[in-house]
Design a binder for this molecule. Sequence first.
Ligand code: EPU
Length: 337
Amino acid sequence: MNIIENISLKPYNTFGIDATARHFVSVTTVNELKEVLSLSQFKNRFILGGGSNMLLKNDIDALVIHIDLKGISVLEKTKSHVHLRCMAGENWHELVLFCIEHNYGGLENLSLIPGNVGTAPIQNIGAYGVEIKDALISCEALNIETGKIKTFTNVECNFRYRNSIFKTELKGKYIITSVTFQLSKKLHKLHTSYGAIENELVKRNFKNPTIKNVSDAVIAIRQSKLPDPKVLGNSGSFFKNPIISVSKFNQFSTKFPEAPSYKVSETEYKIPAGWLIEQAGFKGKRFGDAGVHKKQALVLVNYGNASGTEIWNLALQIQKKVKDLYDITIEAEVNVI
Ligand code: EPU
């Protein structure tokens, strides 16, 4: 095991923020991870996955443990399904491509989401009508305190919109080491009713789409709207879409009848934060090296050398303007550290 001192985390976070880690180590096996956690001289630890859902406002005065556990294995196969176990350090999109190549259906709508497999359940990643919870059977996680592995069933993960038990009650208590999925081998249940996917499939003239066709459509949509972190630093959607009560929604929609909205339940509505931010005048705006993406106002970008604080100040400015204009509070979706 190689513990390095004072290294830049710029290559390890998709926002490309140049924060420094006091100590840093990559672990490639669960045993190595246990060993690192037992080192008594490092009381403060920071667990790093794909670095795709965080904004580093400050340097990290801790031992940064980079989860680099690799491997994908088939646990079980029936005529119709496969149970696939994937280690936490695998890249999410590479897992999706592996599934497409083997004709395993279920993850295709989640193509091109940045980040790693182990961090995906924490915020229940989702796109185009599918969330990771729809295919996840269980995940194994290491209890940081006891060093024991616990298996969490799908229900135990308590998944909600961009949320799970790992982001709430058990925050900072467990490290996800692997995730097991149930995927279809045939008669795939495709989710293509989401407007943008439907349009893209029609455009490509796919009448009986395969999972590969759906994945290709999603990739094309994402590439047309969302910046590639390798080219322009970002963390995907910076804010969550706010969920408001019916009474608040009624007031809002009377004042802004043109605003898009989605009914979540009998008592709640979701308003796209991207719309609110665009209407507030921020889309495509740039302040130094911090900016709001030209094609999707929900995404904040780093044009090169923005600090975490500069991005955060822009986020606060947006939050305030949206609150002043619409009386709606938008909350960060990324973890601000
Ligand atoms: N909109 C605007 N202006 C914008 C962006 C969006 O008016 O700049 C409007 C659109 O016209 C549309 C609505 O907002 O009416 C929704 O936009 P879109 O379909 O692009 O999706 P979103 O709600 O902005 C969510 C997820 C994305 C995911 C897409 C597609 C959240 C926080 N974000 O975005 O997830 O890819 O749906 O399913 O739920 C991510 O989490 O990093 C992410 C990219």
